[in-house]
Design a protein around this ligand. Structure first.
Ligand SMILES: CC/C=C\C=C\CC(=O)SCCNC(=O)CCNC(=O)[C@H](O)C(C)(C)COP(=O)(O)OP(=O)(O)OC[C@H]1O[C@@H](n2cnc3c(N)ncnc32)[C@H](O)[C@@H]1OP(=O)(O)O
Length: 717
């Protein structure tokens, strides 16, 4: 709803009141229209201020309403009526004015913002465009180029920048509503013509602006359609009269509104919020579990992961002890951490925060920290030794966390005297850049430990997902099968380029073979050696392309043995101009190697089309996602999807693997998995998961109902 009051006799004050973000639900839109009309009718009222309750102007249209038929007054005539009014209307912006909220403010004649407020048109991130005049009014206010940038990226703009761009007229550190009221009174009687953005003429945009932006977007958007529609809408603002531009905006929105991409992106928005509401098998959940404050943390190991974690902690203002026993590594780690922090300081025009880090070689220095993150390399013996020592050195209420991508958290917890204080914190490389954090709860992890790790993740700006303990947790457990299928496709006749092209066309930023070259083929080699799939631990009685009773491709191992480790050695699945080169080129040598390999093992190359690449790679990954849900390792499909979108480059406009399965149709996924399982009986994980079968038997319910078919989550090895 919206509340109405009269201040100082002549100011009509309209307050949006729809917690938590004053979204423009149909009730709110109805109330605003009514209150504005009332203020305009009242002869005592000479000016109007629109604000939001509880320190938030407005988070935009109510996204939950998009799933059903839209009711209530539309935004466009409501905003037009405000702009056309004969009494000055001032928007008092606190907190945020996003999407429809900013469009409402753009319909007002003046905008006053609190200095901490943010404004923006983030519709593009929901697969939409600002269709309440935003694409037509913003360019008339800021000029075309800045508006185009803001609308196509959905970037949030802090009040001081909004002032520079002309989006707001004044920024204040005082009470924003009071300042806006005084301001409104001061402009009574002044002509409003110039303040009506729809009447403003647009100056010519720079030559080639739209063509250049379109080209950049097509390259960056990976198949997303909303950014392209945003360019077209802003182009209409620059080339057509206001009314015709509005018609174009409306038509473009109509195509986007019901698109699968918009549904996927809106699902992603709520999925990201839902993972913060975690629950454990023992019934503990985020609603009742209190996190403990972390003032001092420690990171053990200053390799790539450790350095990134130290930087993340410092950026969040947490003081860190960074510990490394190897003197050379300590020196390099220190240099790199400081370099990143100095770059940060330069960017934000602030002092570097290196004073928050204390570098040391001594574990005993960790006696007083609240939380430790061990980030040494993946070696269980080494990690156990560290955890035993930590258990003795750290204060009794310190949390002990391990940054592991696959190792057993319970096994580590068991060597400490405080298994309830142990959780996994699986960061993704580079840890100061990547958004995802898997918080792995073990059998004994206390709700407080999970809550603290989740809360810390939030403070570090991560999207944190609580997951159960199993080899590879959620992300890597699924990824393993995706990678394996890609290798099998090479054995059967594909090239790395064909596989990558299909995946990139689907929307991945990089195909799997390019990713493998980037991270280094030796990473997976180490893991496979550890798992006894290659190297000393192999049972050589099995045929060469079979390990542990099932199909295995030794292709990647053979490349590693040749020293072809990817970008760093200038050869891997692709060829690079020099070691460390970034530009992959098809490698004829690799193609010949594949031909020889196939001939050696009597494999007949066949033509593999893009559909097969996608189905084999993605459906096997999705099938494992269903197994993970069935096992209770992830508590809902949203958890799996958030992990894939934020940690594994799954295109956001496709929602995530489980959402994609829902979109494709569960019976189709089941049917194709059955087909591939029959064709490849030596690949057990192609056998459709019991949960997938159950869902199909129950009429393929939509993804929001899948939780009803799940067992309770539990930790599981
Ligand atoms: C025909 C179509 C007509 C008009 C179209 C208009 C276009 C739009 O306006 S589309 C919406 C554009 N707005 C946005 O994209 C903003 C989305 N929200 C946010 O970015 C953030 O929520 C925030 C406003 C910055 C607040 O952040 P924070 O304080 O971190 O809280 P959250 O946990 O994110 O949100 C709290 C709570 O509010 C729900 N919520 C937020 N925004 C909306 C919204 N616009 N509609 C409905 N609900 C919203 C959010 O889901 C959270 O609720 P949970 O129950 O916890 O999920």
């Amino acid at each position: 709803m919206a509340k109405y009051s009269r201040l100082h006799g002549s100011v009509g004050l309209i307050s949006l009141a729809n917690p938590p973000v004053n979204a423009l639900s149909s009730v709110v839109r109805h109330a605003i229209s009514e209150k504005v009309a009332k203020a305009f009718r009242d002869p005592e009222v000479t000016c109007v201020v629109i604000c939001g309750e509880n320190g938030v102007f407005c988070g935009g249209a109510d996204i939950r309403e998009f799933a059903s038929t839209m009711r209530g007054p539309p935004l466009v005539p409501m905003i037009d009526a405000i702009e056309e009014g004969e009494k000055p209307v001032v928007a008092a912006i606190e907190g945020v004015a996003f999407g429809g909220g900013l469009e409402l403010a753009l319909g007002c004649h003046y905008r006053i913002a609190h200095y901490k407020a943010r404004v923006g048109l983030p519709e593009v991130t929901l697969g939409l465009l600002p269709a309440a005049g935003g694409t037509q009014r913003l360019p008339r206010l800021t000029g075309v180029a800045p508006a185009l940038q803001l609308i196509t990226t959905g970037r949030h703009v802090a009040a001081p920048e909004a002032l520079k761009l002309g989006i707001v007229d004044q920024v204040t550190e005082q009470n924003t509503v009071e300042v806006a009221v005084q301001f409104a009174k001061s402009v009574v009687g002044q002509a409003l013509h110039n303040r009506r953005l729809s009447l403003r003429q647009l100056s010519c945009p720079p030559d080639g602006l739209f063509e250049e932006t379109m080209a950049q977007i097509k390259q960056r958007a990976r198949g997303a359609v909303a950014p392209i529609a945003c360019v077209q809408a802003v182009k209409a603002a620059a080339t057509l009269p206001f009314k015709a531009g509005m018609d174009k905006e409306r038509d473009l929105m109509a195509t986007l509104f019901n698109s699968g991409q918009a549904k996927a992106l809106q699902y992603s928005f709520f999925a990201q919020r839902s993972v913060a509401k975690w629950n454990l098998p023992n019934g503990a959940h985020s609603g009742i579990s209190k996190a403990r404050a972390v003032h001092r943390a420690a990171v053990i190991g200053l390799g790539t992961m450790g350095r990134g974690i130290v930087v993340s902690l410092v950026r969040a203002g947490i003081s860190v002890i960074a510990m490394e026993t190897n003197e050379k590594q300590l020196h390099t780690g220190k240099k790199m951490v400081i370099a990143i922090l100095e770059k940060d300081a330069q960017k934000h025009n602030a002092a570097p925060r290196a004073d928050l880090v204390h570098f040391t070689e001594r574990l005993s220095d960790l006696s007083n920290v609240d939380l430790v993150i061990e980030a040494v390399y993946e070696d269980m013996v080494l990690k156990k030794d560290i955890f035993k020592q930590l258990s003795m050195i750290c204060k009794p209420d310190a949390f002990l966390c391990t940054n592991t991508s696959a190792l057993n958290v319970d096994e580590l917890a068991a060597v400490t005297g405080r298994p309830e204080m142990v959780v996994g914190m699986h960061f993704f490389a580079p840890a100061h850049v990547m958004k995802l954090l898997e918080v792995v709860y073990g059998q004994h992890s206390s709700p407080e430990a999970v809550a603290t790790a989740m809360q810390l993740g939030k403070r570090l700006g991560k999207v944190s997902v609580a997951v159960g303990n199993c080899p590879g947790f959620v992300g890597n457990r699924m990824m393993k099968l995706y990678v394996e299928q890609a290798h099998f496709l090479l054995e059967e006749g594909a090239t790395p380029e064909q596989v990558d092209e299909a995946l990139e066309e689907f929307g991945f930023a990089m195909g799997i073979f390019k990713v493998s070259d980037l991270s280094g083929l030796d990473v997976g080699w180490r893991v496979r050696k550890e798992a006894g799939l290659t190297g000393a631990g192999v049972d050589w009685k099995e045929p060469p392309r079979r390990r542990q009773g099932r199909r295995y491709s030794p292709l990647a191992d053979l490349l590693c043995e040749k020293g072809h480790l990817g970008q760093k050695t200038s050869r891997g699945w692709y060829l690079y101009e020099k070691p460390g080169g970034r530009d992959p080129k098809p490698d004829q040598g690799l193609h010949s190697f594949l031909v020889e390999y196939r001939s050696k093992y009597g494999l007949k190359a066949r033509r593999i089309d893009k559909d097969e690449v996608l189905e084999r790679c993605l459906f096997s990954l999705i099938n494992e996602g269903f197994c993970i849900l069935d096992d209770g390792i992830a508590s809902g499909p949203e958890d799996v999807d958030v992990i894939y979108v934020h940690g594994y480059g799954w295109p956001r406009h496709r929602g995530g693997p489980m959402f994609y399965a829902d979109m494709v149709g569960l019976s189709k996924v089941l049917e194709r998995l059955e087909f591939y399982h029959q064709a490849h009986p030596d690949v057990p994980y192609l056998k459709p998961s019991p949960l997938l079968r159950k869902l199909v038997r129950n009429g393929s319910p939509p993804i929001r109902e899948w939780r009803e078919f799940l067992k309770r989550p539990h930790s599981h090895l």
